[in-house]
Design a protein around this ligand. Structure first.
Ligand SMILES: [Zn+2]
Length: 241
């Protein structure tokens, strides 16, 4: 229903609108993913200043009208997450996190676990907790959105025997015979599976970095893209560097 509401949110993305305005995609704590207009935000003397930049966590006052887009009427910084701007790699990783959250969540559906996960992921990037932060975020987000990968038994037949592959369509590790049945399955050594499992269970930055961080990140990307049915473009850009 139309009216004002208060919420806390993290800016995922902003796009220009007309001469002075922006449309923001914000993931909020209580209202889920919301799209809103910030009027005059691109003017030098904007009352919002730099408070509505991507990855900034803000306390918001928002007007919800009858249309699809809300209007931001007030914003105060809770945490600018300035640490993510410390280098290209962490900024690019933050962009991947924001894109992934934007693509995997529906509009206006409360999901505070995703909100807290995103804030924790951005904080961990900002604190330079190492290259495992991004794949850990990806597997945690997949898990919290209902795509928890099966890693200990075969996702096809339930067998607990040797698992040498990963099937995006079956949703996890697969035994050799299920792997043969799925042309899309990807070869993956068992120690990688165990490593993904530890990323899922452990706090950010606590799992030792290993030689297969990129391989696992790529696997999680393919698994995510299978469910999203579209690419995670910012991750492709990160890999292109
Ligand atoms: Zn199987």
């Amino acid at each position: 229903m139309p009216g004002l509401y208060r919420d806390e949110g993290i800016v995922l993305r902003t796009i220009k609108l007309g001469e002075a305005d922006r449309i923001l995609t914000i993931f909020t704590r209580d209202n889920g993913k919301v799209r809103a207009v910030a009027k005059g935000v691109r003017k030098t003397k904007s009352r919002f200043g730099g408070r509505l930049e991507p990855f900034t966590r803000v306390e918001l006052l928002v007007y919800r009208g009858r249309g699809e887009l809300d209007t931001i009427t007030g914003a105060d910084i809770v945490d600018a997450n300035t640490g993510v701007h410390r280098n290209f790699e962490s900024l690019a990783s933050a962009t991947v996190m924001a894109e992934f959250v934007e693509k995997i969540t529906p509009d206006r559906e409360e999901a505070s676990p995703i909100y807290h996960l995103l804030q924790l992921g951005l904080e961990s990037l900002g604190r330079d907790l190492g290259p495992t932060v991004l794949p850990a975020f990806m597997v945690k987000l997949l898990s919290v959105t209902g795509f928890n990968p099966e890693l200990t038994g075969c996702a096809g037949c339930g067998s607990g025997g040797f698992l040498g592959g990963f099937s995006p369509s079956l949703g996890g590790a697969v035994c050799e015979s299920c792997w043969i049945d799925d042309p899309e399955a990807i070869g993956l050594a068992p120690e990688r599976l165990a490593w993904i499992d530890s990323l899922l269970a452990a706090d950010f930055g606590t799992v030792a970095s290993v030689g297969w961080v990129e391989e696992v990140t790529d696997l999680l990307r393919r698994y995510a893209e299978f469910h999203l049915e579209r690419p995670l473009r910012s991750l492709e850009m990160l890999r292109a560097v």
